[in-house]
Ligand binder design. Structure first.
Ligand code: AMP
Length: 287
């Protein structure tokens, strides 16, 4: 497995693979990889002849007061994990390689990016759509892999691929959790021991909402209130949002008649964590 730092080198490797008739999978990440990322890589390896993992803390998706400078980084550990998972190349560019100093072209989206995380992070998805488009143009993969952990991001990417006619299949992968239920995240490393314990409230509150839906509740307001009230029992938690939205349009729903996403963002101390579950009244079992 190779760690590649330049676009030119990566393009020539992909060109060689294409000449050999190989299919190519891409797993975009910001590094500091864990078992959640690994599950995406393993899936990509099982479905493609060659796999590229991008490992790039993308500055354009961070807001001015966010954690760009403190975001955890460890390329050696990441490379070992990628090799173990069967990836062929880790693409690890410097920001200067990805962005010209006078770069002024962006990919942005209406509607889907305004609610949920987009409310608190108004420039975030513009950065995500831009960097993912660039990676798609650099790697030209057949398939790209994204986690359901970032459910809004997955919906946004699916829409972008549809609207912009990228000839790429987007694969969503289930959330990987710690044994106690906390969704794995590179940002979990910010949590103190007390905060780590408190962070369990996200999953616990969501499970309560899911149980209500499975028991037949279809009033989104009631489910949301139950999640909010349970979340409030944790002193260290501060809610950013709790919402039940249509799984495709991400519009708020009142009565649940089709597939929905129940998504939360919660500050535990200074760390903002997200979690979610999907529910489809037609198929009432968790995937
Ligand atoms: P990140 O490095 O946080 O940008 O994440 C890179 C990719 O890994 C995204 O598609 C995430 O949704 C996915 N991912 C992150 N954490 C998890 C997790 N716990 N389970 C599944 N996928 C995840």
């Amino acid at each position: 497995m190779q760690v590649v730092k330049t676009i030119e080198e990566l393009r020539s490797i992909v060109k060689w693979w294409r000449g050999e008739g190989h299919s190519v999978g891409l797993v975009p990440t910001m590094g500091y990889l864990h078992e959640g990322h690994k599950s995406l890589i393993v899936k990509a390896v099982s479905e493609n002849d060659r796999v590229v993992v991008s490992d790039f803390v993308n500055p354009t998706q961070f807001g001015v007061n966010e954690d760009l400078s403190t975001y955890p980084r460890d390329i050696d550990r990441d490379a070992a994990l990628c090799e173990e998972a069967g990836a062929d190349v880790v693409f690890h560019p410097e920001p200067e390689e990805m962005y010209f100093p006078d770069s002024c072209t962006f990919v942005d989206m209406d509607h889907l990016t305004k609610g949920l995380c987009g409310k608190t992070r108004p420039t975030h998805f513009k950065g995500v759509c831009t960097v993912v488009s660039k990676l798609f143009n650099i790697v030209t993969p057949d398939r790209a892999y994204f986690g359901e952990k970032d459910a809004q991001q997955l919906a946004v990417i699916r829409r972008m691929v549809r609207d912009m006619n990228f000839n790429i299949t987007i694969a969503g992968c289930p959330i990987v959790r710690e044994e106690d239920g906390l969704a794995m995240s590179s940002r979990n490393t910010y949590l103190s021991p007390a905060e780590r314990k408190a962070a369990l409230i996200l999953h616990k509150s969501l499970m309560l909402g899911e149980e209500m839906l499975q028991a037949g509740e279809r009033d989104a307001g009631k489910v949301k209130n139950a999640i909010v009230e349970h979340m409030k029992t944790e002193r260290l938690a501060r809610i950013d949002y709790v919402e039940l939205v249509d799984a495709d349009s991400l519009e708020l729903v009142k009565t649940i008649t089709g597939p929905i996403l129940a998504a939360v963002a919660v500050y535990i101390g200074k760390t903002r964590l997200i979690d979610n579950f999907s529910f489809n009244p037609g198929q009432e079992k968790r995937e």
